[in-house]
Design a protein around this ligand. Structure first.
Ligand SMILES: [Fe+2]
Length: 288
């Protein structure tokens, strides 16, 4: 039986752990407390959970509609909203998506409706590595010098999904079909979003760009945009904005893509298995 939920800050500017709660038996007041913690702390790690894929879907849906997973190949039978991230292999075939998210990004910022929040449940943690890093884009925005805030206030970033359009990233050599995959993705239209977006719930302003998806700035020459993006990217991942999550068994981690960027740090390899179940809550169009 659980008593009062406890919420404790983990990072310098964001990130918190939530303990003494069972997501399978979550009343409305406890859910409201978790939702508030998510808005305040931006990344929350809810400890010691035992969740089936259906249980994860039920919890995730309380925040809003779920996105369809693009990689239908690696979803769970009967639960198309749950994507398996794993380096495990069965009968010579990967059981999940292997190496996603190694460059800093906000999930689906290249789509017409970028993701609101992403939820990962740790099914199996590796003995070494597998940490996830998060960077606080509200703290990063607030720390910008005033002239820079003024300079970017009305600029829009161009977000592209294909790695072949982006000179700041490389196609993973571990992905044999990578070149063809990203070549086909070049046809997908880019999205244009404010470099500074306002959070629809908290009203806070956050930097909204990433080395993985932002390839240019609307109406600005390539040379000038590159210089500006290089400087903003160097700024947004400064140590003081980062919280690095070291996963424990039973962790469910949820982050707010509207004000946080993240990346996988790797550092583990087969047969040291890492398996996660991922659900994604659909979002609205970013606004200034
Ligand atoms: Fe991601």
């Amino acid at each position: 039986m659980f008593f009062e939920m406890e919420i404790r800050r983990l990072g310098r500017t964001m990130g918190a752990e939530v303990t003494r709660v069972d997501l399978n038996h979550l009343g409305a007041p406890a859910f409201a407390q978790i939702r508030d913690a998510f808005h305040v702390h931006k990344v929350i790690a809810i400890r010691d959970q035992q969740l089936t894929p259906a249980g994860q879907i039920a919890f995730s849906r309380r925040f809003g509609a779920l996105e369809d997973q693009l990689n239908a190949h690696y979803t769970i039978d009967g639960c198309p909203e749950v994507l398996v991230l794993s380096n495990d292999v069965r009968d010579g075939k990967p059981v999940g998506l292997i190496d996603g998210g190694d460059y800093w990004h906000s999930d689906s910022s290249h789509r017409e409706y970028p993701s609101m929040a992403t939820i990962l449940f740790a099914v199996k943690n590796p003995l070494t590595g597998g940490d996830t890093e998060f960077a606080d884009m509200v703290a990063a925005y607030e720390a910008l010098p005033e002239p820079m805030k003024g300079r970017i206030a009305h600029l829009n970033g161009i977000h592209a999904v294909s790695k072949l359009k982006n000179k700041r990233v490389q196609v993973s050599p571990r992905r044999p079909d990578g070149a063809d995959f990203y070549e086909r993705q070049k046809a997908i239209p880019d999205q244009i979003w404010p470099l500074v977006r306002t959070h629809p719930v908290t009203g806070q302003k956050a930097l909204y760009l990433s080395p993985r998806f932002t390839i240019g700035i609307e109406g600005v020459s390539a040379a000038e945009a590159d210089q500006l993006l290089d400087s903003l990217i160097a700024h947004q991942v400064r140590d003081e904005f980062i919280y690095r999550h070291q996963w424990r068994d039973g962790d469910l981690v949820m982050w707010d893509n509207r004000c946080v960027i993240h990346r996988a740090t790797g550092g583990y390899s087969y047969p040291d298995i890492r398996t996660m179940h991922r659900t994604v809550i659909a979002g609205d169009k970013p606004f200034r």
